[in-house]
Design a protein around this ligand. Sequence first.
Ligand code: AMP
Length: 213
Amino acid sequence: MNIVLLGPPGSGKGTQATLLSEKLGIPHISTGDILRRSFGTEQGDRAAGYMNRGELVPDSILISIVRDRLSQPDCRAGCILDGYPRTIPQADALSHILAGLNQKIDIVLDIEVPDSELIARLSSRRVCTCGATYHLIFNPPQNPGVCDRCGKALYQRDDDTEESVRNRLIVYKKETQPLIDYYKDRKLLVTIDGSRSIEQISEEIWAVVSENN
Ligand code: AMP
């Protein structure tokens, strides 16, 4: 089963993708995490420039990353895509890549959260290199500054500054929001109210996914 998580930065895509990936036993693919892990390489350092300004990394780079990742054997039963696609060309490429693997997108979940809440959430976000995400008030780690899952030190992302967040929201509206109609037209879109608790959201997502599975 292939599930795409749409939604603005800070809407909880990463948190919900992690929970869903554990329940379904299929990989969670976050293109943001893949790019951050590539920092220090030539391509990674080029990507970091776009990321720190809150801009999108060029489609050609992302399409090639996703093509490589989806052809790996652990994706044979499907995956959860978090942060990809973010543009119409990326969405078109995704359908082609999946068709070539005899697969398709089963559901697109659009997690909606008002802008004012997103800015507040992102400034209190702390992350781990293992992919875990925390919120200092609503979802704090058990020991301050330390990841519950792997014990490494948590950090604040360079692009979670207020200026970068504002730019990411502008870019989201311009480049990524058109995907809502794109997937609505293809009868794949389900809208989720993302301003509730992590548990309430994950219960609703699980109900939607179970219906389609
Ligand atoms: P994320 O971790 O999903 O919030 O992504 C962080 C940053 O990585 C984004 O603001 C973009 O600069 C870049 N990025 C991640 N995924 C994509 C994508 N599908 N297309 C373009 N840029 C991306």
